[in-house]
Write a protein that binds this ligand. Sequence first.
Ligand code: ARG
Length: 456
Amino acid sequence: MSLWGGRFSEPSDDDLRKLNDSIAFDRALYAEDIEGSVVYARALAEAGVILEAEADAIIEGLRLVKEEFDSDRFVLAAGDEDIHTAVERRLIEIVGDVGGKLHTGRSRNDQVATDFRLWTMRAADRLLDDLRQLQASLIAVAEAHIETVMPGYTHMQPAQPITAAHWLMSFFWMLERDRDRLAAARARMAVCPLGAGALAGTPFAIDRQKIAAELGFDRPSENSLDAVSDRDFVADMLYVISLCAIHLSRLAEDILIYSNPAFSFVMLDDRYSTGSSLMPQKRNADPMELMRGKTGRLIGNLTGFLTALKGLPSGYNKDLQEDKEALFDAFKTMRQLLPVVTATVRNLHINREAMASALTDDLLATDLADYLVRKGTPFRQSHHIVGAAVRAAAERGESLSQLPLSAFKRISTRFDDDVAQVFDFKRSIRQRETYGGTAPKAVRAQIARAKARLDT
Ligand code: ARG
């Protein structure tokens, strides 16, 4: 029997029931649902709506229901369409008619919004921890490679030398912004809808400030109509998760490229590599491909849910029930990915020699232009002169550093025999020591700041 059958003469159609029921997935909210009800029962007694003894009986009954869920002994009954109806049905079975007083002035509309906010706040806390661990792994590997020089790329073409630490730390800061966004989303969602009723608020004088505080919210919601239909917090979470996954898909792509034997800059540890059923030589970086691939699914959860929200009329609408599977899936996916990505990074083998042998003179073309700048040539001219030198070297089938001084001098009289000093990758790196640069000195300072951020 459903909780709302009074006005109908016939039970709902079986197929509709299957479509409408959310118990298969919102069972995950049982702890939050029961917490909300415990606080609400107390609030009803304090408002004089029910007796203290009735609240005590309800709270004791809720404790028993929770125990059944905790120990996986809870048995679903026909009519348990969602977690709210299931808990209430079982409560009434255990404590009798007094259990039917719990829902006074309350609606599943403010109830589900409360439960899901609480659940989402906790999910945000777990993700914040997971991200912190991934960031710590990036720092740990970066610290061992502050002096490891590798080619840096733009447009996937060789650009300038950087250090491997600098490359890895770039992802630290993306994740740091993701943590900021997550913390901001969490702060924004800490608003308690309970007491909003179905849409108009409640005529019973419950203390909403107290309810909010006891449940761990910062404050009660300001507008009951907004409170029951607002799912911004779900959209916020889906976006934060998507953007974080997008960042990690870029790290994954770097690792995939750098682990290709044509690069061999990095190698995944055996525990995080996979083989081929046919080709014995294969060492595939499946975890990185899964990170990249599942990002699509996470963006799908975001766009799907935003589309469900678009154009909804005021108040609660059943469309909103779509919020849960989208976020549950995103959260579960992220929690599967993050430990693997963290371990893959922490156990990444970085091949200093392969990185060093990929350093080509053209990566120093900018340094060569800067050399001329230091001798007084305007940068625009230096750029052009070095371009001519690159072309001359290519025509002779030589690298830039092999070009004889006489050839350099034919291109510009500003070149002197000290030009040879430019062709030194370590020197190039060392020069970039301003704040945020790739020089070991600057990267050490960067890592110190990163550690300070992780500790706060
Ligand atoms: N299962 C519903 C959901 O997840 C709970 C709220 C139902 N409210 C209602 N008026 N039917 O959104």
